[in-house]
Structure formats: C-alpha cells, structure tokens
Design a protein around this ligand. Structure first.
Ligand SMILES: [Zn+2]
Length: 69
C-alpha cells in the first residue's frame, strides 16, 4: 500500500469519518476514544481546496502498538 499521505502512515483523510478527523474515534479502527485510551499522533497538515488545514489525529492504544511511529 503506497497511497498513504505524505504526512505519515495514517489512512488518507478523505477516507475517515468526521469523528475520526476530530480525534473522537481511532483513525485506524474507528473505536470510540476516551481521555484514558486516546493516543495523540501530533498535528498533521493537509491541503484542502488549496488551503493548508491542521488536524489532530488520535488512535487507541492497541493501534498505536501495531503502528509504531
Ligand atoms: Zn484503534
């Protein structure tokens, strides 16, 4: 798979739900996240209609373990 965005190994933003883009759900498995289980992946920048937008993906602990940075 080489269709990931250049900002990292995250799934393409266009394929994510609104909740995943907001960091409410895991970016990989869509699990609902809580303060205890969420792992911040850091701010990412994406280009949307010619504008650069920041988003703050988060994932669950088990996905973090299977997707080491
Ligand atoms: Zn997950």
């Amino acid at each position: 798979m080489t269709d990931l965005q250049s900002s990292g190994e995250l799934p393409p933003v266009a394929t994510l739900s609104r909740e995943q883009r907001r960091g409410v759900h895991c970016v990989w498995c869509s699990a609902a996240l809580s303060v205890r289980t969420a792992v911040n992946l850091g701010a990412r920048e994406i280009a949307v209609f010619g504008t650069t937008v920041q988003w703050f993906p988060r994932c669950c602990i088990s996905c973090r373990d299977s997707h080491p940075e």
